[in-house]
Design a protein around this ligand. Structure first.
Ligand code: TSX
Ligand code: MN
Length: 595
Protein backbone atom coordinates (compact mmCIF):
# COMPACT_ATOMS: atom_id res chain seq x y z
CA UNK A 1 0.00 0.00 0.00
CA UNK A 2 1.37 3.42 -1.03
CA UNK A 3 0.15 5.48 1.98
CA UNK A 4 -1.13 4.93 5.51
CA UNK A 5 -4.83 5.50 5.99
CA UNK A 6 -5.90 7.26 9.20
CA UNK A 7 -9.65 6.59 9.14
CA UNK A 8 -10.33 3.60 11.40
CA UNK A 9 -13.35 2.25 9.56
CA UNK A 10 -11.58 2.64 6.19
CA UNK A 11 -8.42 1.01 7.46
CA UNK A 12 -10.20 -2.10 8.64
CA UNK A 13 -12.45 -2.20 5.55
CA UNK A 14 -9.42 -2.11 3.21
CA UNK A 15 -7.84 -4.95 5.16
CA UNK A 16 -11.07 -6.95 5.14
CA UNK A 17 -11.50 -6.53 1.37
CA UNK A 18 -7.85 -7.30 0.63
CA UNK A 19 -8.02 -10.49 2.75
CA UNK A 20 -11.11 -11.51 0.81
CA UNK A 21 -10.19 -10.50 -2.75
CA UNK A 22 -6.43 -11.22 -2.55
CA UNK A 23 -5.10 -8.48 -4.84
CA UNK A 24 -1.37 -8.45 -5.71
CA UNK A 25 -1.16 -4.78 -4.71
CA UNK A 26 -3.11 -2.01 -3.03
CA UNK A 27 -2.97 1.57 -4.31
CA UNK A 28 -4.76 4.46 -2.60
CA UNK A 29 -5.71 7.15 -5.12
CA UNK A 30 -5.14 10.88 -4.59
CA UNK A 31 -6.96 12.26 -7.64
CA UNK A 32 -3.92 14.02 -9.10
CA UNK A 33 -3.23 14.62 -12.78
CA UNK A 34 -0.03 12.53 -12.39
CA UNK A 35 -2.04 9.61 -11.09
CA UNK A 36 -4.48 9.90 -14.00
CA UNK A 37 -1.58 9.90 -16.48
CA UNK A 38 0.11 6.98 -14.75
CA UNK A 39 -3.09 4.98 -14.99
CA UNK A 40 -3.44 5.85 -18.68
CA UNK A 41 0.16 4.87 -19.37
CA UNK A 42 -0.62 1.41 -18.01
CA UNK A 43 -3.78 1.20 -20.12
CA UNK A 44 -1.88 2.35 -23.23
CA UNK A 45 0.91 -0.14 -22.62
CA UNK A 46 -1.56 -3.02 -22.51
CA UNK A 47 -3.33 -1.55 -25.58
CA UNK A 48 -6.61 -1.23 -23.68
CA UNK A 49 -6.69 2.54 -24.26
CA UNK A 50 -6.42 3.78 -27.84
CA UNK A 51 -5.08 7.35 -28.12
CA UNK A 52 -7.03 9.68 -30.44
CA UNK A 53 -4.79 11.86 -32.63
CA UNK A 54 -7.61 14.30 -33.31
CA UNK A 55 -8.53 14.93 -29.68
CA UNK A 56 -5.75 15.83 -27.23
CA UNK A 57 -5.77 13.83 -24.01
CA UNK A 58 -8.57 11.62 -25.29
CA UNK A 59 -8.79 7.84 -25.55
CA UNK A 60 -11.05 5.14 -26.91
CA UNK A 61 -11.96 1.96 -25.02
CA UNK A 62 -13.78 -1.09 -26.33
CA UNK A 63 -15.76 -3.16 -23.85
CA UNK A 64 -16.49 -6.84 -24.04
CA UNK A 65 -19.52 -7.26 -26.35
CA UNK A 66 -21.42 -8.77 -23.39
CA UNK A 67 -20.71 -5.82 -21.08
CA UNK A 68 -22.23 -2.77 -22.78
CA UNK A 69 -24.93 -1.36 -20.48
CA UNK A 70 -26.45 -1.33 -17.02
CA UNK A 71 -27.85 -4.73 -16.08
CA UNK A 72 -31.24 -4.00 -14.51
CA UNK A 73 -32.11 -7.68 -14.12
CA UNK A 74 -28.92 -8.18 -12.04
CA UNK A 75 -29.46 -5.06 -9.88
CA UNK A 76 -30.69 -5.65 -6.32
CA UNK A 77 -32.05 -3.62 -3.44
CA UNK A 78 -31.23 -5.86 -0.52
CA UNK A 79 -33.31 -5.03 2.54
CA UNK A 80 -34.27 -7.45 5.36
CA UNK A 81 -37.90 -7.32 4.17
CA UNK A 82 -38.85 -7.69 0.49
CA UNK A 83 -41.60 -5.16 1.13
CA UNK A 84 -38.97 -2.48 1.80
CA UNK A 85 -37.50 -2.89 -1.71
CA UNK A 86 -40.94 -2.70 -3.28
CA UNK A 87 -42.47 -3.89 -6.54
CA UNK A 88 -40.07 -2.03 -8.87
CA UNK A 89 -36.85 -3.61 -7.55
CA UNK A 90 -35.20 -7.02 -7.61
CA UNK A 91 -34.71 -8.29 -4.09
CA UNK A 92 -32.59 -10.91 -2.35
CA UNK A 93 -32.38 -11.17 1.43
CA UNK A 94 -29.10 -9.53 2.63
CA UNK A 95 -27.43 -12.52 4.31
CA UNK A 96 -28.21 -14.76 1.33
CA UNK A 97 -26.98 -12.19 -1.19
CA UNK A 98 -23.85 -11.51 0.85
CA UNK A 99 -23.08 -15.22 1.07
CA UNK A 100 -23.38 -15.59 -2.70
CA UNK A 101 -21.27 -12.52 -3.37
CA UNK A 102 -18.62 -13.32 -0.76
CA UNK A 103 -18.05 -16.59 -2.60
CA UNK A 104 -17.60 -14.67 -5.85
CA UNK A 105 -15.32 -12.05 -4.26
CA UNK A 106 -13.04 -14.76 -2.80
CA UNK A 107 -9.69 -14.29 -4.57
CA UNK A 108 -11.34 -12.28 -7.35
CA UNK A 109 -8.52 -9.68 -7.52
CA UNK A 110 -5.63 -12.15 -7.85
CA UNK A 111 -3.09 -10.86 -10.33
CA UNK A 112 -4.54 -7.34 -10.13
CA UNK A 113 -4.05 -4.12 -8.22
CA UNK A 114 -6.78 -3.05 -5.83
CA UNK A 115 -7.43 0.67 -6.15
CA UNK A 116 -8.90 2.60 -3.23
CA UNK A 117 -10.71 5.62 -4.65
CA UNK A 118 -11.76 8.34 -2.17
CA UNK A 119 -14.40 10.53 -3.79
CA UNK A 120 -16.90 13.22 -2.97
CA UNK A 121 -20.33 13.49 -4.59
CA UNK A 122 -20.82 17.24 -4.60
CA UNK A 123 -18.12 19.84 -3.97
CA UNK A 124 -15.53 18.61 -1.43
CA UNK A 125 -16.59 19.81 2.00
CA UNK A 126 -20.08 21.05 1.03
CA UNK A 127 -22.74 20.29 3.65
CA UNK A 128 -24.89 18.59 0.96
CA UNK A 129 -22.01 16.42 -0.31
CA UNK A 130 -21.45 12.77 0.58
CA UNK A 131 -18.18 10.89 0.71
CA UNK A 132 -17.75 7.48 -0.88
CA UNK A 133 -14.79 5.13 -1.10
CA UNK A 134 -14.78 2.86 -4.11
CA UNK A 135 -12.49 -0.13 -4.01
CA UNK A 136 -12.03 -1.44 -7.53
CA UNK A 137 -9.66 -3.68 -9.49
CA UNK A 138 -10.22 -1.71 -12.71
CA UNK A 139 -7.89 1.12 -13.78
CA UNK A 140 -10.58 2.12 -16.32
CA UNK A 141 -12.88 2.73 -13.36
CA UNK A 142 -10.21 4.86 -11.67
CA UNK A 143 -9.81 7.28 -14.59
CA UNK A 144 -13.57 7.48 -15.20
CA UNK A 145 -14.12 8.21 -11.49
CA UNK A 146 -11.49 10.98 -11.77
CA UNK A 147 -13.75 12.71 -14.30
CA UNK A 148 -17.21 11.80 -12.97
CA UNK A 149 -16.59 12.49 -9.28
CA UNK A 150 -14.22 14.55 -7.14
CA UNK A 151 -11.42 12.08 -6.38
CA UNK A 152 -9.02 13.71 -3.96
CA UNK A 153 -6.66 13.14 -1.05
CA UNK A 154 -8.60 15.99 0.61
CA UNK A 155 -11.46 13.53 0.96
CA UNK A 156 -9.26 11.31 3.15
CA UNK A 157 -8.16 14.35 5.18
CA UNK A 158 -11.80 15.30 5.64
CA UNK A 159 -12.58 11.78 6.84
CA UNK A 160 -9.87 12.08 9.48
CA UNK A 161 -9.91 9.18 11.96
CA UNK A 162 -13.65 8.76 12.51
CA UNK A 163 -15.51 10.31 9.56
CA UNK A 164 -18.33 8.46 7.79
CA UNK A 165 -18.21 7.26 4.20
CA UNK A 166 -20.20 5.01 1.90
CA UNK A 167 -18.21 1.85 1.07
CA UNK A 168 -18.50 0.87 -2.60
CA UNK A 169 -16.89 -2.46 -3.44
CA UNK A 170 -16.29 -3.24 -7.09
CA UNK A 171 -14.58 -6.06 -8.94
CA UNK A 172 -14.67 -6.95 -12.62
CA UNK A 173 -14.71 -10.55 -11.42
CA UNK A 174 -11.82 -11.86 -13.51
CA UNK A 175 -8.82 -12.96 -11.41
CA UNK A 176 -5.57 -13.70 -13.25
CA UNK A 177 -3.51 -16.80 -12.56
CA UNK A 178 0.31 -16.49 -12.64
CA UNK A 179 1.50 -15.57 -16.11
CA UNK A 180 -2.03 -15.41 -17.52
CA UNK A 181 -2.46 -12.61 -20.03
CA UNK A 182 -5.23 -10.16 -19.23
CA UNK A 183 -8.11 -9.79 -21.67
CA UNK A 184 -8.97 -6.50 -23.35
CA UNK A 185 -11.99 -5.96 -21.12
CA UNK A 186 -12.14 -8.34 -18.16
CA UNK A 187 -15.60 -9.09 -16.78
CA UNK A 188 -17.71 -12.01 -15.54
CA UNK A 189 -20.58 -13.79 -17.34
CA UNK A 190 -24.05 -12.29 -16.89
CA UNK A 191 -25.24 -14.88 -14.33
CA UNK A 192 -22.33 -13.86 -12.07
CA UNK A 193 -22.95 -10.14 -12.36
CA UNK A 194 -24.47 -8.50 -9.27
CA UNK A 195 -25.11 -4.80 -8.67
CA UNK A 196 -26.18 -4.88 -5.04
CA UNK A 197 -27.32 -2.17 -2.67
CA UNK A 198 -27.78 -2.48 1.07
CA UNK A 199 -29.60 0.80 1.81
CA UNK A 200 -30.05 0.13 5.52
CA UNK A 201 -26.27 0.09 6.00
CA UNK A 202 -25.31 2.46 3.14
CA UNK A 203 -23.31 -0.19 1.35
CA UNK A 204 -22.73 -1.04 -2.31
CA UNK A 205 -21.34 -4.30 -3.70
CA UNK A 206 -20.81 -4.62 -7.44
CA UNK A 207 -19.37 -7.68 -9.14
CA UNK A 208 -18.70 -8.83 -12.68
CA UNK A 209 -19.11 -5.74 -14.87
CA UNK A 210 -16.70 -2.98 -15.85
CA UNK A 211 -19.27 -0.78 -17.55
CA UNK A 212 -20.65 2.64 -16.63
CA UNK A 213 -23.46 2.53 -14.11
CA UNK A 214 -22.46 -0.99 -13.03
CA UNK A 215 -18.91 0.02 -12.15
CA UNK A 216 -18.71 3.79 -11.56
CA UNK A 217 -20.43 3.39 -8.23
CA UNK A 218 -20.69 7.10 -7.35
CA UNK A 219 -23.34 7.68 -10.00
CA UNK A 220 -26.47 5.50 -10.17
CA UNK A 221 -25.58 3.29 -7.17
CA UNK A 222 -24.58 5.97 -4.65
CA UNK A 223 -26.00 9.27 -5.92
CA UNK A 224 -29.39 7.75 -6.77
CA UNK A 225 -30.16 4.38 -5.15
CA UNK A 226 -28.37 4.78 -1.82
CA UNK A 227 -28.88 8.57 -1.72
CA UNK A 228 -32.64 8.28 -2.39
CA UNK A 229 -32.97 6.01 0.66
CA UNK A 230 -30.85 8.39 2.78
CA UNK A 231 -32.84 11.36 1.46
CA UNK A 232 -36.10 9.83 2.59
CA UNK A 233 -34.73 9.16 6.08
CA UNK A 234 -33.20 12.64 6.32
CA UNK A 235 -35.92 14.70 4.61
CA UNK A 236 -34.28 15.70 1.31
CA UNK A 237 -34.46 14.51 -2.31
CA UNK A 238 -32.11 12.59 -4.62
CA UNK A 239 -33.60 12.69 -8.10
CA UNK A 240 -32.83 11.55 -11.65
CA UNK A 241 -32.99 15.12 -12.94
CA UNK A 242 -31.04 17.59 -15.04
CA UNK A 243 -30.62 21.08 -13.62
CA UNK A 244 -30.53 24.22 -15.74
CA UNK A 245 -30.64 27.98 -15.30
CA UNK A 246 -32.80 30.01 -17.65
CA UNK A 247 -32.31 33.78 -17.69
CA UNK A 248 -34.97 36.05 -19.17
CA UNK A 249 -34.39 39.26 -21.14
CA UNK A 250 -34.65 41.36 -17.95
CA UNK A 251 -32.02 39.22 -16.26
CA UNK A 252 -34.38 37.29 -14.03
CA UNK A 253 -33.12 33.78 -13.30
CA UNK A 254 -35.24 30.64 -13.20
CA UNK A 255 -33.90 27.26 -12.14
CA UNK A 256 -35.43 24.15 -13.62
CA UNK A 257 -35.02 20.51 -12.63
CA UNK A 258 -36.36 17.96 -15.11
CA UNK A 259 -36.82 14.19 -15.06
CA UNK A 260 -37.04 12.14 -18.27
CA UNK A 261 -36.68 8.43 -18.92
CA UNK A 262 -33.90 7.31 -21.28
CA UNK A 263 -34.03 8.26 -24.98
CA UNK A 264 -35.81 11.59 -24.38
CA UNK A 265 -32.74 13.80 -24.82
CA UNK A 266 -32.12 14.83 -21.23
CA UNK A 267 -28.49 15.80 -21.86
CA UNK A 268 -29.63 17.76 -24.94
CA UNK A 269 -32.13 19.74 -22.86
CA UNK A 270 -29.56 20.30 -20.10
CA UNK A 271 -27.28 22.09 -22.61
CA UNK A 272 -29.97 23.56 -24.86
CA UNK A 273 -29.44 27.06 -26.31
CA UNK A 274 -32.71 29.01 -26.66
CA UNK A 275 -33.94 29.99 -30.11
CA UNK A 276 -35.90 32.96 -28.70
CA UNK A 277 -34.02 36.28 -28.56
CA UNK A 278 -32.96 37.57 -25.15
CA UNK A 279 -33.19 34.25 -23.33
CA UNK A 280 -30.11 32.46 -22.02
CA UNK A 281 -29.67 28.88 -20.82
CA UNK A 282 -26.86 27.44 -18.71
CA UNK A 283 -26.20 23.87 -17.65
CA UNK A 284 -25.79 22.88 -14.00
CA UNK A 285 -26.16 19.13 -14.36
CA UNK A 286 -27.43 16.57 -16.86
CA UNK A 287 -28.40 13.55 -14.76
CA UNK A 288 -28.75 13.84 -10.99
CA UNK A 289 -30.08 16.49 -8.60
CA UNK A 290 -29.73 16.47 -4.82
CA UNK A 291 -32.15 18.91 -3.25
CA UNK A 292 -32.65 20.27 0.26
CA UNK A 293 -34.75 23.04 1.70
CA UNK A 294 -32.72 26.18 2.35
CA UNK A 295 -32.94 28.73 5.17
CA UNK A 296 -35.59 30.65 3.16
CA UNK A 297 -37.79 27.56 2.91
CA UNK A 298 -37.17 27.07 -0.83
CA UNK A 299 -35.77 23.95 -2.42
CA UNK A 300 -32.05 24.14 -3.38
CA UNK A 301 -30.39 21.78 -5.84
CA UNK A 302 -26.81 20.68 -6.43
CA UNK A 303 -25.38 18.43 -9.12
CA UNK A 304 -23.43 15.80 -7.16
CA UNK A 305 -21.42 14.81 -10.24
CA UNK A 306 -18.27 16.26 -11.77
CA UNK A 307 -18.68 15.17 -15.40
CA UNK A 308 -20.98 13.87 -18.10
CA UNK A 309 -21.28 10.17 -18.90
CA UNK A 310 -23.39 10.66 -21.99
CA UNK A 311 -24.70 8.52 -24.83
CA UNK A 312 -22.60 9.32 -27.92
CA UNK A 313 -24.77 8.10 -30.84
CA UNK A 314 -27.19 10.84 -31.85
CA UNK A 315 -25.02 13.57 -30.33
CA UNK A 316 -24.18 16.11 -33.03
CA UNK A 317 -23.85 19.84 -33.69
CA UNK A 318 -27.52 19.68 -34.69
CA UNK A 319 -28.86 17.96 -31.59
CA UNK A 320 -26.39 19.24 -28.98
CA UNK A 321 -23.66 21.66 -30.11
CA UNK A 322 -22.63 22.43 -26.52
CA UNK A 323 -21.96 18.74 -25.82
CA UNK A 324 -19.93 18.50 -29.03
CA UNK A 325 -17.80 21.44 -27.88
CA UNK A 326 -17.31 19.70 -24.52
CA UNK A 327 -15.75 16.70 -26.27
CA UNK A 328 -12.70 18.26 -27.95
CA UNK A 329 -10.12 17.16 -25.39
CA UNK A 330 -9.60 15.16 -22.17
CA UNK A 331 -12.44 12.78 -22.98
CA UNK A 332 -12.76 9.02 -22.53
CA UNK A 333 -14.83 7.32 -25.21
CA UNK A 334 -16.22 3.82 -24.81
CA UNK A 335 -17.56 1.66 -27.66
CA UNK A 336 -17.41 4.39 -30.32
CA UNK A 337 -16.00 3.69 -33.78
CA UNK A 338 -12.40 4.63 -34.64
CA UNK A 339 -11.73 6.50 -37.89
CA UNK A 340 -8.61 6.08 -40.03
CA UNK A 341 -7.35 9.55 -39.09
CA UNK A 342 -7.49 8.79 -35.37
CA UNK A 343 -10.82 10.23 -34.34
CA UNK A 344 -14.01 8.73 -32.92
CA UNK A 345 -17.21 8.43 -34.89
CA UNK A 346 -20.76 7.38 -34.12
CA UNK A 347 -24.11 7.13 -35.86
CA UNK A 348 -25.87 10.49 -35.97
CA UNK A 349 -22.67 12.56 -35.93
CA UNK A 350 -22.59 15.57 -38.30
CA UNK A 351 -21.17 15.29 -41.80
CA UNK A 352 -20.60 12.30 -44.02
CA UNK A 353 -20.10 8.79 -42.72
CA UNK A 354 -16.45 7.75 -42.86
CA UNK A 355 -15.62 5.58 -45.89
CA UNK A 356 -13.85 3.22 -43.50
CA UNK A 357 -13.63 2.83 -39.75
CA UNK A 358 -12.97 0.23 -37.05
CA UNK A 359 -16.24 -0.60 -35.34
CA UNK A 360 -16.79 -0.91 -31.59
CA UNK A 361 -15.94 -4.61 -31.76
CA UNK A 362 -12.60 -3.85 -33.44
CA UNK A 363 -13.63 -5.00 -36.93
CA UNK A 364 -13.42 -3.19 -40.26
CA UNK A 365 -16.50 -1.13 -40.97
CA UNK A 366 -17.77 0.63 -44.11
CA UNK A 367 -21.11 2.34 -44.84
CA UNK A 368 -22.16 -0.95 -46.46
CA UNK A 369 -21.79 -2.84 -43.17
CA UNK A 370 -25.02 -4.22 -41.73
CA UNK A 371 -24.16 -3.51 -38.10
CA UNK A 372 -23.61 -0.11 -36.47
CA UNK A 373 -20.08 1.28 -36.23
CA UNK A 374 -20.63 2.51 -32.68
CA UNK A 375 -22.65 0.59 -30.09
CA UNK A 376 -26.04 2.34 -29.55
CA UNK A 377 -25.06 2.79 -25.88
CA UNK A 378 -21.52 4.04 -26.66
CA UNK A 379 -20.48 6.72 -24.18
CA UNK A 380 -18.33 9.77 -23.60
CA UNK A 381 -16.88 10.63 -20.19
CA UNK A 382 -16.13 14.35 -20.12
CA UNK A 383 -15.41 16.93 -17.40
CA UNK A 384 -18.44 19.19 -16.78
CA UNK A 385 -16.04 22.14 -16.50
CA UNK A 386 -15.34 21.83 -20.24
CA UNK A 387 -18.95 22.53 -21.22
CA UNK A 388 -19.04 26.03 -22.80
CA UNK A 389 -22.39 26.76 -21.13
CA UNK A 390 -21.67 25.32 -17.71
CA UNK A 391 -23.22 27.74 -15.19
CA UNK A 392 -20.70 29.75 -13.17
CA UNK A 393 -22.60 28.70 -10.04
CA UNK A 394 -22.65 24.99 -10.84
CA UNK A 395 -20.37 24.15 -7.90
CA UNK A 396 -21.98 26.52 -5.37
CA UNK A 397 -22.11 24.43 -2.18
CA UNK A 398 -25.58 25.74 -1.23
CA UNK A 399 -27.01 24.93 -4.69
CA UNK A 400 -29.56 26.87 -6.77
CA UNK A 401 -33.24 27.52 -5.86
CA UNK A 402 -35.58 25.40 -7.98
CA UNK A 403 -38.60 27.21 -9.47
CA UNK A 404 -39.87 24.55 -11.83
CA UNK A 405 -40.04 20.76 -11.97
CA UNK A 406 -40.60 19.10 -15.34
CA UNK A 407 -41.60 15.50 -15.93
CA UNK A 408 -41.67 14.13 -19.43
CA UNK A 409 -41.86 11.15 -21.66
CA UNK A 410 -41.74 10.16 -25.30
CA UNK A 411 -45.24 9.66 -26.75
CA UNK A 412 -46.14 9.69 -30.44
CA UNK A 413 -49.74 10.42 -29.47
CA UNK A 414 -52.11 11.21 -26.57
CA UNK A 415 -49.89 13.56 -24.48
CA UNK A 416 -49.79 17.22 -25.61
CA UNK A 417 -46.64 19.34 -25.78
CA UNK A 418 -47.00 20.83 -22.31
CA UNK A 419 -49.38 21.09 -19.38
CA UNK A 420 -49.17 22.27 -15.83
CA UNK A 421 -50.29 20.40 -12.73
CA UNK A 422 -53.23 21.90 -10.82
CA UNK A 423 -51.29 21.64 -7.57
CA UNK A 424 -48.46 19.72 -5.88
CA UNK A 425 -50.44 16.49 -5.35
CA UNK A 426 -51.55 16.54 -8.98
CA UNK A 427 -47.91 17.09 -10.00
CA UNK A 428 -46.89 14.05 -7.94
CA UNK A 429 -49.66 12.14 -9.74
CA UNK A 430 -48.17 13.20 -13.10
CA UNK A 431 -44.69 12.12 -11.97
CA UNK A 432 -45.95 8.82 -10.60
CA UNK A 433 -47.73 7.93 -13.86
CA UNK A 434 -45.08 9.27 -16.29
CA UNK A 435 -44.85 7.03 -19.32
CA UNK A 436 -42.62 6.68 -22.36
CA UNK A 437 -42.71 4.61 -25.50
CA UNK A 438 -39.80 2.20 -25.78
CA UNK A 439 -37.32 2.92 -28.58
CA UNK A 440 -34.54 0.95 -30.20
CA UNK A 441 -32.19 2.46 -27.61
CA UNK A 442 -33.84 0.71 -24.68
CA UNK A 443 -34.94 -2.84 -24.14
CA UNK A 444 -38.49 -4.07 -24.77
CA UNK A 445 -40.67 -4.16 -27.84
CA UNK A 446 -40.60 -1.01 -29.97
CA UNK A 447 -43.36 1.49 -29.25
CA UNK A 448 -44.69 -0.17 -26.08
CA UNK A 449 -45.75 2.16 -23.30
CA UNK A 450 -43.55 1.81 -20.25
CA UNK A 451 -44.42 3.52 -16.95
CA UNK A 452 -41.30 5.03 -15.46
CA UNK A 453 -42.41 7.03 -12.40
CA UNK A 454 -40.28 10.16 -11.96
CA UNK A 455 -37.78 8.45 -14.35
CA UNK A 456 -36.72 6.62 -11.17
CA UNK A 457 -37.89 3.08 -11.96
CA UNK A 458 -34.32 1.73 -12.22
CA UNK A 459 -32.89 4.04 -9.55
CA UNK A 460 -35.13 4.17 -6.48
CA UNK A 461 -33.38 2.53 -3.52
CA UNK A 462 -36.58 1.66 -1.63
CA UNK A 463 -40.28 0.94 -2.09
CA UNK A 464 -41.57 3.26 -4.83
CA UNK A 465 -44.90 3.61 -3.00
CA UNK A 466 -43.02 5.12 -0.04
CA UNK A 467 -41.11 7.26 -2.52
CA UNK A 468 -44.41 8.72 -3.77
CA UNK A 469 -45.33 9.47 -0.15
CA UNK A 470 -41.95 11.16 0.35
CA UNK A 471 -42.75 13.47 -2.57
CA UNK A 472 -46.09 14.32 -0.97
CA UNK A 473 -44.37 14.96 2.37
CA UNK A 474 -41.81 17.27 0.70
CA UNK A 475 -44.70 19.22 -0.82
CA UNK A 476 -46.27 19.64 2.62
CA UNK A 477 -42.97 20.89 4.00
CA UNK A 478 -42.36 23.33 1.11
CA UNK A 479 -45.93 24.70 1.11
CA UNK A 480 -46.27 27.79 -1.09
CA UNK A 481 -42.49 27.77 -1.70
CA UNK A 482 -42.72 24.49 -3.61
CA UNK A 483 -41.64 24.50 -7.28
CA UNK A 484 -44.44 24.45 -9.86
CA UNK A 485 -44.82 21.16 -11.73
CA UNK A 486 -45.19 20.68 -15.50
CA UNK A 487 -45.38 17.75 -17.90
CA UNK A 488 -43.93 17.85 -21.44
CA UNK A 489 -43.89 15.67 -24.53
CA UNK A 490 -41.56 16.82 -27.33
CA UNK A 491 -42.40 13.76 -29.42
CA UNK A 492 -46.03 13.97 -30.56
CA UNK A 493 -46.50 12.90 -34.18
CA UNK A 494 -49.01 13.82 -36.87
CA UNK A 495 -51.26 11.24 -38.55
CA UNK A 496 -48.62 10.76 -41.24
CA UNK A 497 -45.91 10.01 -38.69
CA UNK A 498 -43.97 13.31 -38.64
CA UNK A 499 -42.84 15.00 -35.43
CA UNK A 500 -45.17 17.97 -34.92
CA UNK A 501 -42.92 20.00 -32.62
CA UNK A 502 -39.43 21.14 -33.78
CA UNK A 503 -37.95 20.43 -30.34
CA UNK A 504 -34.33 21.16 -29.34
CA UNK A 505 -33.68 24.96 -29.16
CA UNK A 506 -37.36 25.65 -29.71
CA UNK A 507 -38.17 23.91 -26.44
CA UNK A 508 -37.10 27.27 -24.94
CA UNK A 509 -40.54 28.52 -26.02
CA UNK A 510 -42.14 25.98 -23.71
CA UNK A 511 -39.76 26.84 -20.87
CA UNK A 512 -40.55 30.55 -21.37
CA UNK A 513 -44.27 29.82 -20.94
CA UNK A 514 -43.50 27.98 -17.69
CA UNK A 515 -41.58 31.00 -16.40
CA UNK A 516 -44.48 33.27 -17.30
CA UNK A 517 -46.83 30.94 -15.43
CA UNK A 518 -44.54 31.17 -12.38
CA UNK A 519 -44.60 34.97 -12.64
CA UNK A 520 -48.39 35.03 -13.07
CA UNK A 521 -48.01 36.76 -16.45
CA UNK A 522 -50.18 34.30 -18.40
CA UNK A 523 -53.33 32.34 -17.71
CA UNK A 524 -54.08 28.78 -18.72
CA UNK A 525 -57.09 26.74 -19.69
CA UNK A 526 -58.38 23.91 -17.56
CA UNK A 527 -58.53 20.48 -19.16
CA UNK A 528 -59.04 17.05 -17.55
CA UNK A 529 -55.25 16.39 -17.62
CA UNK A 530 -54.11 19.81 -16.36
CA UNK A 531 -53.58 23.43 -17.33
CA UNK A 532 -52.73 24.08 -20.98
CA UNK A 533 -51.38 27.28 -22.59
CA UNK A 534 -54.06 29.62 -23.88
CA UNK A 535 -53.88 30.11 -27.61
CA UNK A 536 -51.35 32.83 -28.33
CA UNK A 537 -49.47 32.45 -25.04
CA UNK A 538 -46.75 30.14 -26.37
CA UNK A 539 -44.16 32.34 -28.09
CA UNK A 540 -44.07 30.96 -31.64
CA UNK A 541 -42.48 34.03 -33.25
CA UNK A 542 -40.15 33.13 -36.09
CA UNK A 543 -41.32 29.52 -36.09
CA UNK A 544 -42.59 27.94 -39.28
CA UNK A 545 -45.45 26.03 -37.70
CA UNK A 546 -49.00 25.92 -39.09
CA UNK A 547 -51.98 26.75 -36.87
CA UNK A 548 -53.36 23.29 -37.60
CA UNK A 549 -50.17 21.58 -36.44
CA UNK A 550 -50.09 23.75 -33.33
CA UNK A 551 -53.68 22.76 -32.51
CA UNK A 552 -52.81 19.10 -33.07
CA UNK A 553 -49.83 19.31 -30.69
CA UNK A 554 -52.12 20.66 -27.99
CA UNK A 555 -55.16 18.40 -28.43
CA UNK A 556 -56.43 16.67 -25.30
CA UNK A 557 -58.60 13.80 -26.52
CA UNK A 558 -60.77 12.71 -23.60
CA UNK A 559 -61.40 9.28 -25.14
CA UNK A 560 -57.65 8.67 -25.56
CA UNK A 561 -57.11 9.52 -21.91
CA UNK A 562 -60.06 7.42 -20.74
CA UNK A 563 -58.45 4.52 -22.55
CA UNK A 564 -55.33 5.03 -20.40
CA UNK A 565 -57.19 4.61 -17.12
CA UNK A 566 -56.99 0.79 -16.89
CA UNK A 567 -53.22 0.90 -17.39
CA UNK A 568 -52.80 3.61 -14.73
CA UNK A 569 -54.99 1.56 -12.38
CA UNK A 570 -52.99 -1.63 -12.82
CA UNK A 571 -49.78 0.41 -12.46
CA UNK A 572 -51.05 1.79 -9.14
CA UNK A 573 -52.29 -1.65 -8.04
CA UNK A 574 -48.69 -2.90 -8.00
CA UNK A 575 -48.02 -0.76 -4.94
CA UNK A 576 -50.82 -2.29 -2.84
CA UNK A 577 -51.26 -0.58 0.51
CA UNK A 578 -48.03 1.41 -0.01
CA UNK A 579 -49.83 3.58 -2.56
CA UNK A 580 -50.58 6.89 -0.82
CA UNK A 581 -54.29 7.67 -0.34
CA UNK A 582 -53.64 11.10 -1.82
CA UNK A 583 -52.63 9.51 -5.15
CA UNK A 584 -55.74 7.30 -5.15
CA UNK A 585 -57.69 10.53 -4.69
CA UNK A 586 -55.82 12.11 -7.60
CA UNK A 587 -56.76 9.19 -9.81
CA UNK A 588 -60.42 9.47 -8.72
CA UNK A 589 -60.46 13.18 -9.49
CA UNK A 590 -58.79 12.58 -12.86
CA UNK A 591 -61.45 10.00 -13.69
CA UNK A 592 -64.15 12.47 -12.66
CA UNK A 593 -62.68 15.26 -14.83
CA UNK A 594 -62.64 12.90 -17.82
CA UNK A 595 -66.38 12.39 -17.27
O1 TSX B 1 -33.19 15.62 -27.42
C1 TSX B 1 -34.20 15.82 -28.07
N1 TSX B 1 -35.03 16.86 -27.73
C2 TSX B 1 -34.72 17.69 -26.53
C3 TSX B 1 -33.77 18.73 -26.88
C4 TSX B 1 -33.50 19.79 -26.15
N2 TSX B 1 -34.48 15.00 -29.14
C5 TSX B 1 -33.65 13.86 -29.48
C6 TSX B 1 -34.16 12.65 -28.74
C7 TSX B 1 -33.28 11.47 -28.82
C8 TSX B 1 -32.37 11.35 -27.65
C9 TSX B 1 -35.59 15.26 -29.90
N3 TSX B 1 -36.10 14.63 -30.96
C10 TSX B 1 -36.44 16.33 -29.58
C11 TSX B 1 -36.14 17.18 -28.49
O2 TSX B 1 -36.85 18.13 -28.21
N4 TSX B 1 -37.46 16.32 -30.47
C12 TSX B 1 -37.23 15.27 -31.30
C13 TSX B 1 -38.09 14.88 -32.45
C14 TSX B 1 -37.63 15.64 -33.68
C15 TSX B 1 -36.59 15.15 -34.44
C16 TSX B 1 -36.16 15.87 -35.56
C17 TSX B 1 -36.78 17.07 -35.89
C18 TSX B 1 -37.81 17.55 -35.13
C19 TSX B 1 -38.23 16.84 -34.02
N5 TSX B 1 -36.44 17.85 -37.02
C20 TSX B 1 -35.63 17.54 -38.04
O3 TSX B 1 -35.11 16.46 -38.10
C21 TSX B 1 -35.39 18.58 -39.05
MN1 MN C 1 -29.59 8.94 -16.24
Amino acid sequence: MNITVKNKKLKSWIKEVADLCKPDDIYVCNGSKEEYNLMLEKLLESRIAIPLKKRPGSFLFRSDPSDVARVENRTYISTPLKEEAGPMNNWIEPSELKKTMLDLYKGCMKGRTMYVIPFSMGPVGSPISKIGIEVSDSPYVVINMHIMTRVSSRVLELLSTDGEFIPCLHSVGAPLSKGQEDSQWPCAPIEQKYISHFPEENLIWSYGSGYGGNALLGKKCLALRIASAMARREGWMAEHMLILRLTGPEGKQYHIAAAFPSACGKTNLAMMQPSIPGWKCECIGDDIAWMKTGPDGRLYAINPENGFFGVAPGTSYNTNPMAMDTLNENVLFTNCALTDDGDVWWEGMDGDEPAHAIDWKGRDWTPESVEEAAHPNARFTAPASQCPVICKDWEKPEGVPIDIFIFGGRRGSVAPLVYEAYNWDHGVFLGSTAASETTAANIGALGNLRRDPFAMKPFCGYNMGDYFQHWLDMGDRLGDKAPRIFYVNWFRKSGDGKFLWPGFSDNSRVLKWMCERVDGKVGARETPIGLLPDEGDLDLSGLDLSTDDMREIMIVDTDDWKAELPDIESHFDKFGDRLPERLKKQLQEFRKRLG
